[in-house]
Design a protein around this ligand. Structure first.
Ligand SMILES: NC(=O)c1ccc[n+]([C@@H]2O[C@H](COP(=O)([O-])OP(=O)(O)OC[C@H]3O[C@@H](n4cnc5c(N)ncnc54)[C@H](OP(=O)(O)O)[C@@H]3O)[C@@H](O)[C@H]2O)c1
Length: 289
């Protein structure tokens, strides 16, 4: 039986992987978070890899507070970059595939068509820079690395935009949400399903593990304003949502104005079918309810 280590397993994506794992009883999953395995601790990671026989590593641990990273750069760098290098080094030593999650925030958002994996990166935030460093350290330490860049992640687990909009929508009569940042939400449930089914198809010899960068989000395009409107519409929340510009809602971190990801590569390489963002949003809200 193949063993899959998932780090950062109590976060949004890690929790979704834990849920999907129940449908894959032919795999042995080891789920760890900070308490069981601190991925910034090189010695602990080394001894964990030495004392377990692993076949895959999926790293979901990250410093995900985008605005906080502007003033907490060192900690973000240790977790999003240096620790990724540590995991990749151990995956290399034990010769197993390393799957790591990155972000659309590695791009500057000046594109006018969906970003492809080989488009020029130019992160505008501390978070984006540390995530890009993580990508580079992963490849520098291990050639059998798959980086999956995703965007606007949400889940029924953890805190996220969907839950915030439901809460604020119930508390207030009116809300202002940015309409000039365009991207695609990603239900972590779908991404988790995609990751496990990719591993499953490799194990069934239907595909081979192909290193490289891949993009994954749900299908379609929207602004944060459209996203909020759809959340409220589906939940029957009668809150007025006003569209505002990024310049009228200043945040410490600069975010890309356009970060739609082109998912052709992952769909073609691993025969994945990806749900439309509104369908996945409705499914998530049903679960939250
Ligand atoms: N969230 C988004 O909108 C978004 C968008 C694009 C890409 N991504 C990427 O997608 C991936 C998954 O994101 P997510 O939203 O699922 O993240 P998340 O919910 O913030 O989960 C990250 C997990 O890592 C844990 N962790 C923190 N420090 C650790 C350490 N030193 N060792 C081990 N675990 C540690 C966290 O624990 P604590 O909670 O105790 O700190 C948390 O359980 C990340 O790589 C992220 O950068 C996220």
């Amino acid at each position: 039986m193949k063993t899959i280590l998932v780090t950062g397993a109590n976060g949004q994506l890690g929790s979704e992987l834990q849920e999907h794992a129940r449908n894959y009883s032919h795999f042995n999953f080891i789920f760890t978070d900070y308490g069981e395995l601190d991925i910034t601790d090189e010695t602990a990671v080394g001894s964990f890899f030495s004392s377990h026989t692993l076949d895959y590593v999926i790293n979901c641990a990250a410093y995900t507070s985008v605005d906080k990273a502007e003033t907490d750069y060192e900690r973000a760098k240790i977790l999003n970059a240096e620790a990724v290098g540590i995991l990749a080094k151990e995956a290399h030593r034990t010769d197993i595939p390393f799957i790591h999650i990155s972000t659309d925030y590695v791009f500057d958002g000046k594109n006018f068509k969906p970003y492809q994996e080989d488009d020029v990166v130019n992160p505008q935030s501390a978070y984006g820079k540390t995530k890009l460093d993580g990508e580079n350290l992963a490849f520098a330490n291990h050639e059998k690395t798959m980086i999956i860049r995703t965007s606007w992640l949400y889940s029924s687990f953890g805190n996220n935009f969907v839950k915030t909009m439901i809460r604020l929508g119930k508390e207030r009569e009116e809300l202002s949400v940015i309409f000039d940042q365009i991207g695609t939400p990603t239900y972590a449930h779908d991404l988790a399903d995609g990751i496990i089914s990719m591993i499953d198809s490799v194990e069934k010899n239907e595909q081979s593990f192909t290193s490289g960068i891949y993009h994954y989000s749900n299908e379609g395009v929207c602004s944060w304003f459209d996203f909020a409107k759809e959340i409220h519409a589906y939940c029957n929340i009668p809150c007025t949502v006003n569209p505002i510009k990024t310049k009228d809602y200043p945040t410490p971190a600069q975010r890309p104005f356009y970060s739609v990801l082109d998912k052709s590569k992952i769909k073609e390489t691993y025969s994945l079918s990806i749900p439309y963002w509104k369908d996945s949003l409705h499914a998530c809200i049903e679960k939250i309810k």
